[in-house]
Design a binder for this molecule. Structure first.
Ligand SMILES: Cc1cc2nc3c(=O)[nH]c(=O)nc-3n(C[C@H](O)[C@H](O)[C@H](O)COP(=O)(O)O)c2cc1C
Length: 359
C-alpha cells in the first residue's frame, strides 16, 4: 500500500513523495513573461519545504495566451533562461521541477485579482482568441477572435515550441493546462464550443485540440520524462448541455493512449453561471477517483487538501496517486516537512542540512 511518503516513478522520473505544489499564478513578471527573483524564492522555498513536485504557475505559450499582463511566459529562449536557475535550485533540493504550459483563450487580457480581474482594454490589453468570437461575459466584454484553421495550427505549434523551451530551462515534467475555462477547455466544453468544423461538434471534434496539443508536447518531451494534463472534470453546469465526469473519464483514456502519464483532475471555470458544489475539504477528490477507477493512468487530486492526514488518506486509499496542494502551500511552504513530522515520517523527509537544527 502506498502512502504520502512512498516515492512515485513515472517513466524515468523518480518523484520522492506524493505532494505536488499546485500551479498558482503569481502575477509578478517583469518585463513581459519573464520570471523574477520572486519566482525563484517562491518556487525555491516550496522545494526547501520538501514537496515532491514543484509545479510552476500557468506559463503562457504565446503572449496573447497570458491571463494577465503580469503572467509567466515560455515562448522564447529569454523566458527559458530566466527559469533555468529556478529549476536548478528546485532539483538541488531533491524536488522535481515541473511547468504548466497554458493558453488563456477567451479569458485572456484581464487584470490580476488584486486589481479586480476585469478586462484590460486599450494599449495594455490585447485581443483574446477562442473557439468562437463569443467573448467571456465581462461587464464590458473584450472583442474576441474565433481561431481559424491556421490559428489552431499556430496554437499547437506554440505549445510544442514552449515545451522545447521548457526542456531547455531544465523542467522534468510538462503539464498541459486543459482546465478552468481556458483555451483547451473552451474547445472541449459544449458550453463554449459551437464550431461546425473538425474542432467542434461531437466529443471527438471538441476534444481534438487538447489531444493534438498533448500529442505535440509528447512529441518533443523526452520519453523518460512525464507529461501531465490538467482537466476540468465537470463544468458544474448540470442544467444545460455541458462537460461531465463521464466525458472526462473517456478523455483521460484517450490522453493516456497519446502518452499522458498523469491526469491532474480539477473542475469548473468555463462559465460564470457555474454552480459550485460545497467546496469543503477534498471536494474534488471524488472526480479524481472516478478517472482513476476507469483508466490505467495515474491521477492527481486537488482542491482543499490542507492537512497531512487528509493528504495521506487520499494516497493510502488509492483515491489518487498525487495529493496536489495549492493554497495550503501559500500558508505553509514547508507543508511536506510538517506532514512528515505529523505522520511520524521524518526519516523519509529531506530536511536541508542548513535547517536540521530546527527539526
Ligand atoms: C493564487 C492562485 C493562483 C492559481 N493559479 C493557477 C494556475 O496558474 N493554474 C492552474 O491550473 N490553477 C491555478 N489555481 C488553482 C490551484 O492550482 C488549485 O487548483 C486550487 O486553488 C484548488 O486547490 P487548493 O484548495 O489546494 O488551493 C490558482 C489558485 C490560486 C489560489
Amino acid at each position: 500500500m502506498s502512502d504520502l511518503f512512498t516515492p512515485l516513478s513515472l517513466r524515468g522520473t523518480e518523484i520522492p513523495n506524493r505532494v505536488m505544489v499546485s500551479p498558482m499564478c503569481q502575477y509578478s513578471c517583469q518585463p513581459v513573461g519573464l520570471a523574477t527573483e520572486w519566482h525563484r524564492v517562491h518556487l525555491g522555498s516550496r522545494a526547501v519545504g520538501g514537496a515532491g513536485i514543484v509545479m510552476s504557475e500557468a506559463a503562457a505559450v504565446e503572449p496573447r495566451g497570458r491571463i494577465s499582463p503580469n503572467d509567466l511566459g515560455i515562448w522564447s529562449r529569454a523566458h527559458a533562461d530566466a527559469l533555468a536557475p529556478i529549476t536548478g535550485f528546485v532539483r538541488s533540493q531533491g524536488s522535481v521541477p515541473a511547468i504548466q504550459l497554458a493558453h488563456a483563450g477567451r479569458k485572456a487580457s484581464t487584470y490580476p485579482p488584486a486589481d479586480g480581474y476585469g478586462p484590460v482594454h486599450g494599449d495594455d490589453g490585447w485581443t483574446p482568441v477562442g473557439p468562437t468570437d463569443e467573448p467571456w461575459p465581462h461587464d464590458e466584454p473584450l472583442a474576441t477572435e474565433a481561431l481559424d484553421q491556421a490559428g489552431i495550427e499556430g496554437v499547437i505549434d506554440a505549445f510544442r515550441e514552449a515545451a522545447e523551451f521548457a526542456l531547455e530551462a531544465g523542467f522534468e515534467i510538462a503539464e498541459v493546462h486543459g482546465a478552468h475555462g481556458y483555451l483547451l477547455h473552451e474547445f472541449y466544453s459544449p458550453v463554449t464550443n459551437a464550431r461546425e468544423d473538425d474542432y467542434g461538434g461531437d466529443f471527438g471534434g471538441r476534444t481534438r485540440l487538447v489531444r493534438e496539443v498533448t500529442a505535440a508536447v509528447r512529441e518533443v518531451w523526452p520519453d523518460e520524462k512525464p507529461v501531465f494534463v490538467r482537466l476540468s472534470a465537470t463544468d458544474w453546469l448540470p442544467d444545460r448541455e455541458s462537460w461531465t465526469v463521464d466525458d472526462t473519464v473517456r478523455l483521460a483514456g484517450d490522453l493516456a493512449e497519446i502518452g499522458a502519464d498523469l491526469i491532474d483532475v480539477s473542475a469548473g471555470g468555463v462559465h460564470p453561471d457555474q454552480g459550485l458544489p460545497d467546496t469543503g475539504p477534498h471536494y474534488q477528490t471524488p472526480l479524481a477517483e472516478a478517472v482513476r477507477e476507469a483508466n490505467d493512468v495515474a491521477v492527481g487530486a486537488v482542491g482543499k487538501i490542507t492537512t497531512p492526514e487528509g493528504a495521506d488518506e487520499v494516497i493510502r486509499n488509492g483515491r489518487a496517486d498525487l495529493a496536489i496542494v495549492g493554497r495550503e502551500h501559500l500558508r505553509d511552504p514547508y507543508f511536506t516537512l510538517h506532514a512528515a513530522d505529523a505522520l511520524g515520517r521524518m526519516d523519509d523527509a529531506r530536511v536541508p542540512v542548513q535547517y536540521r537544527r530546527g527539526f
